[in-house]
Write a protein that binds this ligand. Structure first.
Ligand code: NAD
Length: 263
């Protein structure tokens, strides 16, 4: 299927690794001109070089820290200088610190809010007016299945992603008449660097082997395996497609059936 995106321009946040990189790779394959950002310069450049190997359209990149207002402002300026307005905005950033509700300090709540909520609103404010003016736009946020089934010990993440999902539903209603769709795609357990880090800390904590732990994790998933990022990227690319023009305010899970609720 041709997604009809070859004339489009996208900003993909946190695109150097994992799910962000998978989304960037899928959009690049559809001919989308990309601006990639992430925190670490080296990994970002490596990803940009890899994507350029098969893309004929320009692939721009610039490292940035999305947590700070200053970092976001520099990014917004760089994207506007290179691309003018964008058609597609993919929100992503690393998750907040793990903690229980009782053990989360007020500073950690505030830091999580800035990281996983304010940063998203800041970029929306910058890029949405152009999408509305041209009567076409796609906004997708990478979230987590915790929005429907909170994950123990991820208090801040559970709260921020649920709040973001509700806000995206509200925004989807507001901008629907302008041809802009707003959706979220919730991963379950997908094997990325972040997942590998969690795996390594659990190996230390529980004294189990990698294989034992992966088997335990897979047991909770109807498909009995973790996902691969290449199974996530195309879903986001589809939501950005011309064919997805009637899908908005939705949360799609890419989780091998892990979420135990029907909706
Ligand atoms: P990853 O560690 O593989 O990649 C993280 C990316 O975020 C990197 O490109 C990194 O540079 C970028 N990043 C981190 N902090 C940043 C900052 N301050 N500014 C700019 N870029 C920053 O992680 P992933 O597994 O791809 O996860 C992506 C998001 O999805 C995270 O929020 C994670 O919590 C969430 N998530 C992932 C899974 C999963 O199974 N992988 C499941 C649920 C939720």
């Amino acid at each position: 299927m041709n997604f009809g995106l070859s004339e489009k321009k996208a900003l993909v946040c946190a695109a150097s690794k994992g799910l962000g990189r998978a989304v960037a790779t899928s959009l690049a394959a559809e001919g989308v001109e990309l601006f990639l950002c992430a925190r670490g310069e080296e990994a970002l450049e490596k990803t940009a070089v890899k994507i350029r190997e098969t893309a004929s359209q320009p692939i721009h990149s610039s490292s940035c820290d999305l947590i700070t207002a200053d970092g976001r402002q520099k990014l917004i300026q760089a994207v506007q200088e290179k691309l003018g307005g964008i058609d597609i905005l993919i929100h992503n950033i690393g998750g907040p610190k793990a903690s229980t509700v009782e053990n989360t300090s007020l500073e950690d709540w505030q830091a999580g809010f800035e990281r996983n909520f304010i940063s998203v609103m800041d970029l929306n404010n910058a890029f949405l007016p152009h999408m509305k003016a041209q009567q076409w736009g796609r906004i997708v946020a990478i979230t987590s299945t915790s929005v429907v089934q909170p994950i123990p010990n991820l208090a801040v993440s559970n709260a921020m992603r649920a709040g973001l999902t509700a806000t995206f539903k509200t925004l989807a209603d507001e901008v629907a008449p302008s041809g802009v769709t707003v959706n979220t795609v919730a991963p379950g357990k997908i094997l990325t660097d972040r997942t590998e880090e969690r795996l390594q800390s659990e190996i230390k904590r529980l004294g189990k082997t990698r294989e034992e732990l992966l088997k335990n994790w897979a047991e909770e998933i109807p498909m009995k395996r973790l996902g691969d990022p290449s199974e996530y990227g195309p879903t986001v690319a589809f939501l950005c497609s011309q064919q997805a023009s009637y899908i908005t305010g939705a949360t799609w899970c890419v989780d091998g059936g892990k979420r135990r609720a029907p909706f």
